[in-house]
Write a protein that binds this ligand. Structure first.
Ligand code: C2O
Ligand code: CU
Length: 456
């Protein structure tokens, strides 16, 4: 029996009694797939595709997605990464639902309010299932203008999913299934938006590069038009910069297609990449291996924000990311820890609805940790003591490099129990996970070894 004044996660659903504007179904099926080089992957797919089908919806749409599990022996869920959905729609096994067993199905419903680039992925056994292909792009386009506009986006709008595939030949770095150079013909003058997502399960360090997972774009000046699904305020043109990408994060690059080739490259696999040219041929674009690094803390123009460094915060949390000895999978190992602990002994961040919350993340470890808070967007306030000075930098996944201290703030405006974890899924599965809880909200779901629910 529910306690008076308590709410269950299961009741915090999207609109259940209205007619959906768009319906999709995602069926998890195993499939042996082939990368462009010919390497084979024993993949797990949505609808037989990797990445899964691109879901393109409009702002204001009520979206219904039916998940069907046709995997032989694995449970599955779908999490809408970066979309601040009601808690029961968040797709986390053992926290917001039970994993959907083989043969089962589950319906998700949420209204698309944010505009931008997102992605979806399984949040059951994510460290295996996402690595093997259970992910895809989710794009929310601006509300259709009235007056019969079909809303077709002018130009080329291309999700680019930077992945690392487990193959019989080791791990291969690719964009989608392209682990060799992909060439596409694009007419000069075409407005292009590349929606970059880092979907890897582990950090790829490029050789001779101190940055984890770094992309480079060359051939024409471009803008980083959006970060984690939020438009940047007045982004200036960039040229000759490298773009480090934390796992789970998104950058939208925009430019006008010139009359010569341009090229996007992942420095962890410089022979591959995406080459756009007027005739779909050519490769004469130098790959930038040494150039300054794009800095979102100082890019674009300031604009008003609902709170800032000087605000009065209702709660303050401090997360120390570190390495420490412990047991994982029956073996003694150096584990990534939060405040000296691994899940389920990590702290629970407790808030009340309406609280303004500041979190300081201190990385004392030797790895990067892309920290992802579900259900909320955080405003990055400062890095290493220096206030951010460009466009407001809203994020759902904050890459924290070794030695860095990053302060973020958010408004607790989406009640529930939310995962907050490192999106290096190999760290998450070792316990680099905690939860944000709202006072008065309880979860009927259970996780851990005695259950079938293993979100990481
Ligand atoms: Cu991309 Cu916990 O999720
Ligand atoms: Cu980590």
């Amino acid at each position: 029996m529910p306690m008076v004044g308590m709410r269950s996660v299961g009741d915090l659903t999207g609109p259940r009694d209205q007619r959906p504007d768009v319906r999709y179904s995602l069926t998890a099926v195993p499939k042996r797939i082939r990368l462009s080089s010919g390497a084979k992957v024993d993949a797990l797919t949505f609808n037989g595709q990797v990445p899964g089908p691109a879901l393109r919806v409009r702002q204001g749409d009520l979206v219904e997605v039916t998940l069907v599990n046709k995997l032989r022996d694995l449970g599955v869920t779908v999490h809408w990464h970066g979309v601040d959905v009601p808690n029961a729609e968040d797709g986390v096994a053992g926290v917001t639902q039970d994993a959907v067993p083989p043969g089962g199905r589950f319906g998700y419903r949420f209204r698309a309010e944010q505009v931008g680039s997102f992605w979806y992925h399984s949040h059951q056994a994510a460290s295996q299932e996402v690595a093997r292909g259970l992910f895809g792009p989710l794009v929310i386009l601006p509300r259709a203008a009235s007056g019969g506009d079909t809303g077709a986006a002018a130009g080329l709008d291309l999700p680019v999913m930077a992945h690392e595939w487990p193959t019989t030949h080791g791990h291969l770095v690719a964009f989608g299934t392209w682990d060799s150079l992909q060439r596409e013909a694009v007419p000069p003058g075409t407005p292009v938006r590349l929606r970059l997502v880092n979907t890897s399960d582990n950090t790829t360090w490029a050789a001779a590069d101190k940055q984890p997972r770094t992309l480079a774009f060359a051939g024409v000046p471009f803008k980083v038009a959006a970060i984690d699904g939020t438009e940047v305020s007045q982004p200036p043109d960039l040229e000759n910069v490298r773009i480090p990408m934390g796992i789970g994060g998104r950058y939208d690059l925009t430019f006008i297609m010139p009359d010569h080739p341009v090229r996007l490259t992942d420095l962890a696999n410089p022979a591959a990449g995406l080459l756009l040219s007027p005739d779909g041929r050519g490769d004469a674009v130098p790959v930038l291996t040494d150039a300054p690094v794009f800095d979102p803390a100082r890019y674009g123009r300031p604009a008003p924000t609902p709170f800032n460094l000087a605000s009065r915060f209702d709660r303050r949390f401090r997360l120390i990311l570190d390495d420490g000895p412990g047991f994982y999978d029956g073996r003694f190992a150096l584990l990534p820890k939060i405040n000296g602990r691994v899940f389920p002994n990590t702290p629970m961040l407790m808030v009340r609805q309406g609280d303004l919350v500041k979190t300081t993340i201190v990385n004392r470890s030797h790895n990067d940790h892309p920290m992802h808070l579900h259900g909320h967007h955080v405003l990055v306030l400062s890095r290493n003591g220096t206030p951010t000075s460009g466009s407001p930098w809203w994020a759902d996944t904050v890459q924290v490099l070794p030695g860095e201290v990053i302060e973020v703030a958010f408004r607790a405006d989406n009640p529930g129990i939310w995962m907050d974890h490192c999106h290096n899924l190999q760290h998450a599965v070792q316990g680099m996970v905690l939860h944000l809880g709202y006072a008065g909200v309880t979860s009927p779901y259970l996780l851990g070894h005695a259950t079938a629910n293993r979100p990481e």
